[in-house]
Design a protein around this ligand. Structure first.
Ligand code: NAP
Length: 286
């Protein structure tokens, strides 16, 4: 039930039908009994600026931004935080009382929070991180790792130029360094890797498998895959079989949503087992 004073937010993308964000924000709204709504909005690229003006006119508190608008929306923001500027993408928009629009990117902090919760004994300072991929998600993750204190991030991508561009763009995010290679370098880098992250689409349902031989990876190295469909990817299965600690990618999706919800609805929500089940559409336990 919502009243005439309901707080409004949502997610804009194109298409939008696959988005899990309405499911997860809807769970938190109900959990906290908030008079508010979070709605999916299908916005074609040519309608982006009209849509943002419309949200302002309609009194929305803000919204999430997903593919393909994350880069283009930067030009429509009044202010953008430094991280989002370096990453080159915004995923969270907040209107202030005066209608000014602030853009930020919470994917990198959501990724880090997922690792902190899923592998509490692991330390980002422990050694180099090896990130497979240099797409949109990788940009936020590499920035998040350096900002959190990673001493070195090795980016290995099919297209070398994209990895090199990312390494340049994140320089200065922390005291560590980012270096770029193609995927051929992976076997040489694995023996000194403390964190292995897959950010490519490989291994996702409907995509080609990720074929990587984990021989040489230290047994203590943490392995994570941001692909969460399936939840336990072949990479995570292979890592578990050889005894490496693993963290799945669903928690990144859930944690990146926390700052937006807090800004729009005034309550900092928690990422619980109940929320995970709800987003996975598993019936309540017990
Ligand atoms: P993107 O910008 O399109 O980047 C795709 C990446 O995959 C690029 O590095 C690309 O390499 C690589 N790639 C694609 N096909 C490949 C192939 N055949 N062989 C080797 N590399 C290949 O996508 P994105 O937005 O970063 O998303 C990547 C994945 O992360 C998706 O599965 C998405 O669902 C998932 N994701 C999860 C979360 C979460 O919260 N858990 C958040 C965002 C995204 P090139 O540069 O060479 O093309």
């Amino acid at each position: 039930m919502i009243s005439g004073k309901a707080k409004l937010a949502g997610v804009i993308g194109h298409p939008i039908g696959h988005s899990k964000s309405p499911l997860l924000h809807g769970y938190w709204l109900r959990e906290h009994g908030i008079d508010g709504a979070y709605v999916p909005m299908n916005v074609a690229p040519e309608a982006l600026s009209v849509a943002i003006a419309g949200l302002r006119a309609l009194g929305f508190r803000g919204c999430n931004v997903t593919v393909p608008h994350k880069e283009a929306v930067i030009a429509l923001c009044d202010t953008v935080d430094d991280g989002a500027r370096a990453i080159g993408a915004v995923n969270t928009l907040v209107f202030d009382e005066a209608g000014h629009l602030h853009g930020s990117n919470t994917d990198g902090t959501g990724f880090m929070q997922n690792l902190r919760e899923g592998a509490p004994g692991w330390r980002v300072e422990a050694g180099p991180a090896l990130v497979l991929g240099a797409g949109g998600a990788a940009r936020a993750i590499v920035h998040g790792l350096l900002a959190a204190g990673a001493p070195e991030v090795v980016i290995a991508n099919r297209t070398l130029a994209k990895a090199e561009g990312l390494a340049r763009d994140v320089a200065g995010a922390g005291n560590g360094s980012a270096i770029a290679f193609t995927l051929d370098a992976v076997p040489d880098v694995l023996p000194r890797t403390s964190l292995l992250v897959n950010t490519t689409v490989l291994g996702m349902s409907g995509q080609a498998p990720l074929t990587i031989d984990l021989d040489g990876l230290p047994g203590t190295a943490l392995v994570t895959d941001i692909v969460y469909s399936p939840l336990e990817t072949d990479l995570l299965k292979a890592a578990s079989r050889r005894g490496n600690p693993t963290v799945d990618g669903l928690g990144m999706l859930l944690h990146q949503a926390v700052p937006g919800f807090e800004a729009w609805f005034g309550v900092r929500p928690s990422v619980s087992a109940g929320l995970r089940d709800h987003v996975l559409q598993i019936p309540p336990r017990g």
